[in-house]
Ligand binder design. Structure first.
Ligand SMILES: Cc1cc2nc3c(=O)[nH]c(=O)nc-3n(C[C@H](O)[C@H](O)[C@H](O)COP(=O)(O)OP(=O)(O)OC[C@H]3O[C@@H](n4cnc5c(N)ncnc54)[C@H](O)[C@@H]3O)c2cc1C
Length: 589
């Protein structure tokens, strides 16, 4: 028997989204367990640099309507407009709350929160004038936010299970409700069932399916794998954001805040090429637009360096005072990873995989919604998803910078509120666990433990990441996508035959990596199958054979199912909560 522990709520993930949700629950005196593969303040939110969006209007006019317009346009009209309105309307509230919790934002002379411009955020419904909307703590905003949320959770008695890896969801066979998760304690190698009335997945992104990424080693799409194995669909997985400025050769992020502060991109001729691609917003156009422009410059032979394989980010004209005050972390990263001190030298940069717009389908209260009967969005009892692993969908086909940290706290809070409401209507005792609870996990572990030979995890993983990079990049070609689907299918078969030499139990990282690989495979398969099927270009999906957006046929969300590797679609929510629909237009910056 796998031992069982009972809680009111389980939160899988201690990043910004999981901790904001847990705080809401713990403050209501519920018994909350937060599971994390790493110490909470090492979650990937810690790496967020540039800021969190909120129309505080501290340095110029701004309001939530403009923010909503920019987000809908940024999403290339695939974002759900009810959810986008909800997020933009609550932005000021959640940022002020963070400030009151003690988050150390930078300050203006007036004492108000410092704000900087960011790509795609404009004034007055897309005018050439940029909005100052990104609230920043130097270039370490995620670090400041994560520590603040952790401290508040400790104060509210949230129970953390650190270095525990959740493995599978447990569903009630009667109605499919989620009643718990199985998890592995890395220190001992033992399995445990965490039973709960509500389960929230907040497992973050999965950028490790690509070769070059700004994402940490722990971003392996575990929540996506858990959902897919439990029979749930994954939404809009074809849309992956390439951040324009990863350090060439290293992938480490250089925040868009650099361009917000006045930095700009140059090609080998010293030309400020973004003026040609986005005459108004220039270097602060939306990320998909800038990444494509950079890739085109490099492809057409105007790249820099010995191999003409990158462009340059110039910021020395900002002067050492601004660089040291507003971008100290960037200076350190550039010196360490590019051997370039930005006070004097430009930084070599290339577009790098950064963020997944897709994920587990959820509404703006964090409830997971799936097709059932006549509904495309039936609420799945007991299950919630939030943060980068969820698809709400506020980012649609392309996310604007600083809207993710906002999404974490808005939907972290709303999902906590919804879980409280739902639990108030549930019977006091927990539902019974199904008889075979944990069996699926046990058999996956047993296969790995009993395998005497097979594929090395690292080999399969490297092949997967290389294949995704080559077949599903900034520009997508039909024959590459078709070949990519076959390659990922073959890799998935190899992943089912992995073997680990070390069978020991205590801190066996080989076992953890093997389990992570299974999640990466589900994520990659969902991505490439969805990308191959979508015959249009929209946001982050740029197809050479279908260069235009096709609203008539493709204004819809993709749903990918593991079973049968099949696809379904559902409509985009074009109706906001209180304002008029923002009608699709040609997207220019
Ligand atoms: C370098 C970088 C800079 C960025 N800068 C910005 C920015 O300035 N502004 C902005 O808005 N966005 C930014 N982003 C995006 C943003 O930081 C992320 O989208 C966001 O932090 C993700 O938060 P999360 O709560 O969803 O997940 P994460 O912070 O990634 O946390 C995931 C959590 O899940 C846990 N977990 C995962 N799998 C399991 C499992 N199986 N069992 C148990 N626990 C598990 C992990 O341990 C971790 O605690 C940036 C991203 C990167 C990579």
């Amino acid at each position: 028997m796998i031992p069982v522990r009972k809680f009111d709520a389980i939160v899988v993930g201690a990043g910004g989204s999981g901790m904001r949700a847990a705080l809401e629950l713990a403050r209501a005196n519920l018994k909350v367990a937060v599971l994390s593969k790493v110490f909470p303040t090492r979650s990937h939110t810690v790496a967020a640099q540039g800021g969190i969006a909120a129309p505080l209007a501290n340095s110029g006019e701004d309001n939530w309507h403009w923010h909503m317009y920019d987000t809908v346009k940024g999403s290339d009209y695939l974002g759900d407009q009810d959810a986008i309105e909800y997020m933009c309307r609550r932005a000021v509230e959640v940022v002020v709350e963070l400030e009151h919790m003690g988050m150390p934002f930078d300050r203006l002379e007036s004492g108000r929160i410092y704000q900087r411009p960011f790509g795609g955020h404009t004034q007055n419904y897309g005018s050439p004038k940029m909005a100052m909307r990104s609230c920043a703590a130097a270039d370490r905003t995620g670090h400041a936010m994560l520590h603040t949320l952790y401290q508040q959770n400790v104060r509210s008695n949230t129970q953390f299970f650190i270095e525990w890896m959740a493995l599978d969801l447990i569903r009630d066979p009667q109605d499919g409700a989620v009643v718990g998760v199985t998890a592995l304690e890395m220190e001992t190698g033992e399995l445990m069932i965490f039973q709960a009335k509500t389960v929230l997945l907040a497992t973050g992104g999965a950028g490790r399916i690509f070769w070059a990424t700004t994402n940490a080693f722990i971003n392996t799409g575990d929540g996506l794998g858990m959902a897919a194995r439990a029979g749930l669909p994954l939404e809009d997985m074809e849309f992956w954001q390439f951040h324009p400025t990863g350090v060439a050769g290293a992938g480490v992020l250089i925040t868009e805040g650099v361009r917000g502060e006045g930095g700009y991109l140059l090609n080998k001729n010293g030309e400020r090429f973004m003026e040609r691609y986005a005459p108004n917003a220039k270097d602060l156009a939306s990320r998909d637009v800038v990444s494509r422009a950079m890739t085109t410059e490099i492809k057409e032979g105007r790249g820099c360096g010995e191999h003409a394989d990158h462009v340059l980010l110039k910021l020395d004209h900002l002067g050492p005072e601004v660089i040291n005050l507003r971008l100290p972390g960037i200076r350190e990263i550039a010196i360490k990873f590019a051997n370039a001190d930005p006070v004097r030298d430009p930084i070599p940069v290339v577009p790098t995989v950064h963020y997944q717009m897709g994920g587990i389908p959820a509404n703006y209260m964090g409830q997971v919604v799936i097709p059932e009967g006549n509904s495309k969005e039936a609420i799945l009892p007991g299950m919630y998803a939030v943060g980068e692993c969820a698809c709400v969908s506020v980012h649609g086909a392309n996310r604007l910078g600083t809207n993710s940290l906002l999404d974490l706290v808005v939907f972290g809070k709303s999902s906590g509120e919804q879980m409280l409401k739902d639990m108030a209507t549930m019977p006091r005792p927990h539902r019974n666990l199904p008889k075979d609870a944990g069996e699926a996990t046990r058999s996956r572990m047993a296969r790995l433990d009993n395998a005497k030979s097979g594929e090395r995890v690292a080999d399969v993983l490297n092949d997967l990441r290389r294949a995704m990079q080559a077949h599903c990049g900034v520009f997508r070609f039909p024959e590459d996508l078709i070949a990519g689907v076959s390659k990922i299918k073959a890799i998935a078969e190899r992943a089912a035959r992995t073997f680990i030499q070390d069978k020991s139990k205590v801190f066996n990282t080989a076992r953890v990596e093997a389990m992570e690989l299974e999640n990466l495979v589900e994520t990659a398969m969902a991505t490439i199958v969805s990308a191959e099927a979508r015959k249009e270009s929209r946001g982050a999906q740029a197809r050479a054979d279908h260069p235009d957006r096709d609203d008539k046929n493709w204004m819809k969300h993709t749903l990918w199912y593991k079973e049968g590797n099949r696809l379904d679609y559902k409509p985009v929510h074009l109706k906001p909560l209180t304002v008029e629909t923002m009608e699709p237009k040609v997207r220019t910056y």
